[in-house]
Ligand binder design. Sequence first.
Ligand code: MN
Length: 247
Amino acid sequence: MRILVSNDDGVFSPGIRALAQVAQEFGQVRVVAPDVEQSAMSHAITVRTPLHYQRTPIDGLEAYRVDGTPADCVALGAHHWEKVDLVLSGINLGLNIGHNIWHSGTVAAAKQAAFLRIPAIAFSAPYSDDVPDFSVYESYVREVIAMFLQLPETPLLNVNFPRSPRGTRWTRQSVRHYEGLVIPGEDPMGRVHYWFSERPRQGVEEGTDRWAVENGFVSITPLRLDLTDEAALARAQAQLDAGLTSS
Ligand code: MN
């Protein structure tokens, strides 16, 4: 089995090394990742400038760095390595739950694979100042990959680790609220500037990704590529049909 491993933290991140090492137990591994950090780039692709694909072996791993986004990396990786069976993204330094799934470059790398009809999993871990002890997550990475390979109809998973996992839970995305905040500040020259930040949320719904992580469970969320709001579509169609019937 051919496994392409990518991320958005960059090819030299300790998280990608940890993920690639577990992936090696399942098949042949190739790392293709951004040359510098591309966090929060979401599903951006590079269309106005050329991309470069350069060999960069890491700890005995076959690895390549790309001067582009996570989605670029997966597209180039799949172009250079035919018949990739599985794409893994991460392990990201920072959770990708709730609204952050929309911003995430980690998830976008997996999503790009799903667009190419390659099954994919994104992995993310909590991050503060210290680099996480990725060995805590190894057995869960192994378990999720093994389980995913038994689910051929499921194209895309988003997996998030709590700090100290005590089990796994299937979850849905928590998007009831947007936690993003814009915080103004001032630079040394007195000019106003802005930071994006987050407000921690309380009272999360049971069964969501955020709930699972806050309760010590590894959150596993199946994602879809079709963003259509089925309920809104049905309502709109029903209104149209009703109008047609009355006329
Ligand atoms: Mn990142």
